[in-house]
Design a binder for this molecule. Sequence first.
Ligand code: FEO
Ligand code: CA
Ligand code: CA
Length: 648
Amino acid sequence: MSVHDEISDTVGRSQAGTGATFEEILERRLSRRGLLKAGVVATAVVALGSEAALDGVHSVEAAPVTAPTDQSTMVTFTPIRPDTTDQVTVAEGYRAQLLISWGDPLFSDAPAFDINNQSVAAQERQLGFNSDFVAYMPLPLGSRSSFEGLVWNNHEYTDGLMMFPGYDAKNPTREQVDIELAAHGASVIHVRRDATGEWSYDRSSRYNRRVTATTPMRISGPAAGAEMMKTSADPTGAQALGMLNNCGGGWTPWGTILTAEENFNQYFANLDLLPAEDPRKALHTRYGIPKAESERLWERFHDRFDVSKEPNEPNRFGWIVEVDPYDPSSTPVKRTALGHFKHEAATCVVASSGRVVAYSGDDERFDYVYKFVSDGTYNPNDRAANLDLLDSGTLYVARFSEDGTGVWMPLVYGQGPLVEANGFSSQADVLIRTRQAADQLGATKMDRPEDVEANPVNGKVYLALTNNTQRGAEGRAAPDAANPRANNAFGHIIEWTEDGGDYTATSFRWEIFILGGTPEDPSSYFAGFPKEQVSPIGSPDNVTFDTRGNLWIATDGQPSNLKVNDAIHAVPVDGPQRGRVMQLLSGVTGAEVASLAFNTDDTALFASIQHPGEGGTLEQPTSVWPTGVVARPSVVVVTSTSGGTIGA
Ligand code: FEO
Ligand code: CA
Ligand code: CA
C-alpha cells in the first residue's frame, strides 16, 4: 500500500452525529484490566455503569488460553526514538544488514542491476520491485534450521517514476510496461548465515525463483472454470497469467506460501464502456475497477487490462495464491475457496480437530475480516495429501457485536440471504462476488483490515486495522465498538479468542488491544500500559510473533500521521509488559516497513523496506537508500550484535 491511499493529517475526534462520545464507544470494548490501569478512562466506565459490556471481557480472560504469567515474555531492548533520516536505524545492541535490493541478480547468469540498461529478460532474473511480504522457510524442508533457508518476498507493485530515468507517466512505453509486469510477483531467495553472523544469499542455488505478472498459474477451488472466470485467452477459466499486487501473506503447516493479491483493481480500465445491464458492472464497481483509463495505462498495450474487451479478467485476480517454494518448477495455484477481495494476507493455524483455518483481511475502508475453515484435516506425515486442503471448506466473514462477542457468518450458496432471490446462482458466484455476499450477511465494516494472525503461545488472534480517516464522515459508517474512533488516522489492533479455544468456532470474544497514536493523544490506548513508557505508533499493518508470543508490528503510514519514518515495534501481549509498544527499527524516507518475519529461533528478523523515496522521482529523489545512489526497495536482516535472541 502506498501514499496513493491518503491519510488525513488531522486527528479529529468529532463524532459526526453518532450520538455517543468517543469515551463511551471506546470503553465498551477495552479490557477491565486495561481500563483500571488507564485511570481516566476507568472513571468513565464507572460513570456509565456498563457491566454488561464488561461481562464479555471476563469471559475472554476465562477462555482456555495459555497466557504466561511470569517474565518469559519480557522485551528488553531500549526503544529508539522515531526517526526521519534516510537510513535504517535500530536499537542499541542490534544491527540491520542489507540482504537484497530491487534489481539484484537472483541467478548466476543474471545481469547486475543497471538502472540505465533495464530489460524484461533482466528483470525476470532479478529481484522484483517494492518488496512486501517476507517469510523465512527453513532448509531442508521439515527442518528447524535457523541459519539456512528460503526467503520468500512479494513484489507488490511498481512505480515507473522510481524505476525509469525520464519516465513519462502519461506515455509509458510498451517496454516499460512489460518490465513492470516482470517486476511484479515474488522471489524465492536461498539465504545463509555464516560463522561471523553475516547473512547473504546464494545466486547459484537451484531454489531461487521469480514469479511475475505473466507466470502461468492454475485456478482451483469452487470458482475455477466458472463462466465469470473465462476469457478469450483462457476459455477454461482455470489458467491465469500471473499475480498482481501481492501484498502480505502467510505460510502453511506443510511448507507452502500463501501470497495475497490485494489492490488488483488498479491494473484495469474502462468500466464505463461496459453496458449498464452487464451484471459484471456492479461487481467491478464494488471492487473499484477504474471507470476510464487506469493510472498505469497498461490497457494500451494489453487488452486483458481493458474490461470493455475482457470483462472477466479482473475476476482472475484478488485471490490467495499458494506456491511451493521448495519446488521451483511448481505451478502457483489461485485458491478460490478463500474468497475474492483485496487480500492483505492469509495466515494459517491448525485447529485441534486438524482442520486448517486461514485468516484474511480485506484491506479497504469499511470492508471485512474473513476466515476459511478447511473440510479436510492436516496430515503432518503426508505432505502431498495436504496440498489441496485449501480447495474445499467454508469461508466466513466476521460481525463484531457491541457486547464483546462476535460471530463468523458462512458465505455458502443457498444459506441465509445467499440465494437466487438475491441474485446468487452458485458457490462460484458467491466466491467471485465475496464482497457483495458479505454485504448481504451484514458483516462489520472495519477500518481497513490488514494482517490477522493467531498467536502461537496464547492462542488469541490479533487483527491490525491500519487507519480509516473516513470513519464517521458524512454518509459513511459511524464509529462502533470495534472501530471506535471517528477519523481514525492512527489505526488500532483488536484481540480475540475463538469460543472454546477452537479456531473453527463460529463465535468469539474480542476486545481492543491497541489504539494507535502518540502517548499524549487522549484517544490512544496501549492495553492499559502506562502511556509515558510506550513508543508512538501509527498505522499497524503487518504483524508477526516471536516464539515467546510477543507481537511485532510493521507500520505503513507513520510519515503521514506521525510525521516520522515507518517502523517496527515490539509489544508483549501477556505478562507485566502487556501493551508496552517499543520501537526496534526505523525505516527510511518515504518508505513503509511492509513486512517482517523471524527465522526459527528469533535470532534474525527479516524486514521489507518498501517504496523508499516515494513522493520523489529519480531526478529529484527524497531518498537514495540503501547505497547512496538511487532509492531501491530492499530486504534487510536485523540481528543482535551478540547473535542472541531478538528482544530477549
Ligand atoms: Fe498492501 Fe494492505 O497493504
Ligand atoms: Ca500491507
Ligand atoms: Ca504476518
